[in-house]
Design a binder for this molecule. Structure first.
Ligand code: SF4
Ligand code: SF4
Length: 297
């Protein structure tokens, strides 16, 4: 069973909640697909077993021994990635889209394309099973492809180890990397918080998951910080027929547990948030059992 934990915006507590669910699962393959800001390994502290290079496109590089400073490359770069400074034309790695145009038009043949090989995917063993996570270098692209690579590795680990539960910590937002992280999963938890921006993002996230047709429910984190906004979110979900799996109060223990590289279930399972998360996990297990029975029948 593949379960994805997503959120329309960052900072809702999605990763802390995923870590708590992994603890409750007791045995799970954990896939950190938040490749732009992977942090699950900081909580779960895996023993890294393998690292793979991920080629995230190409970047243009100027050979100054050949460059005649004609400026043609700057004129034609529509990504504004080439600037003149300190007596020479320079390519800004972050802005370069890798379109190759400059390398084709340079009259001196001074520009070549180099592979972006700084991004990585790591696999390892953590205290509840196997873990895989991707780390995209700042400014590098194709995050959706790296997410697909992480998911494929997670499935392979699940098959080899016999651990059937795959928990996915998805990137925030509703872009291509998110779609790549949730396509084909069995179940989605959307984590939100009671703020107007989070509510707006939640609406777009629900619309997206609706299109995919995957079973989803919402977890409202820190609901007590703005109870009236939580009520609005609940009302909206009721209208849309989306279940609220649970409401967690603001709890500083989430931060304390993270500092100790632990989940809240490991440090304070009897906290209100811990109890709600345990209930959410129990409900999920019941769903799974019901699904298995209906498949047999
Ligand atoms: S087009 Fe080629 S020769 Fe002209 S400035 Fe750019 S790198 Fe140098
Ligand atoms: S590869 Fe494309 S984006 Fe990059 S510097 Fe050359 S023209 Fe600009």
């Amino acid at each position: 069973m593949e379960i994805a934990v997503i959120s329309g915006k960052g900072g809702t507590g999605k990763s802390s909640i995923t870590a708590a669910l992994a603890t409750l699962a007791k045995s799970a393959v954990l896939a950190d697909c938040d490749v732009d800001a992977a942090n699950m390994h900081l909580i779960m502290n895996p023993d890294i077993r393998e690292s793979f290079v991920y080629i995230a496109g190409e970047k243009a590089v100027i050979d100054y021994a050949k460059c005649r400073s004609c400026g043609l490359c700057q004129d034609y770069c529509r990504f504004d990635a080439i600037r003149f400074g300190e007596g020479k034309y320079e390519i800004d790695e972050v802005s370069c889209d890798g379109c190759k145009l400059c390398s084709r038009i340079c009259p001196a043949g001074a520009i070549t394309m180099h592979k972006n090989d700084k991004s990585r995917m790591h696999t390892g063993i953590y205290r509840y099973g196997h873990m895989v996570f991707g780390r995209l270098e700042p400014g590098e692209e194709n995050s959706g492809k790296l997410v697909a690579m992480v998911r494929s590795k997670a499935r392979e680990m699940s098959e080899k180890s016999g651990i059937n539960t795959i928990l996915i910590d998805s990137p925030p937002g509703i872009g291509c990397a998110v779609i790549s992280s949730v396509t084909g999963v069995d179940r989605i938890f959307i984590v939100t918080e009671p703020s107007l921006s989070a509510f707006s993002d939640l609406k777009r996230t629900i619309e997206l998951i609706d299109l995919l047709g995957t079973r989803m429910s919402v977890i409202i984190n820190k609901y007590d910080l703005a109870p009236h906004v939580s009520d609005i979110i609940e009302e909206y979900c009721r209208e849309k027929g989306v279940e609220i799996s649970g409401k967690l109060p603001f709890d500083e223990e989430f931060v304390h547990s993270m500092v100790q590289c632990k989940s809240i279930i490991e440090t304070k399972p009897d906290s209100e948030a811990g109890i709600v998360l345990s209930e959410i996990w129990k409900k999920l297990l019941n769903e799974k059992i019901r699904k298995q029975i209906s498949t047999i029948n």
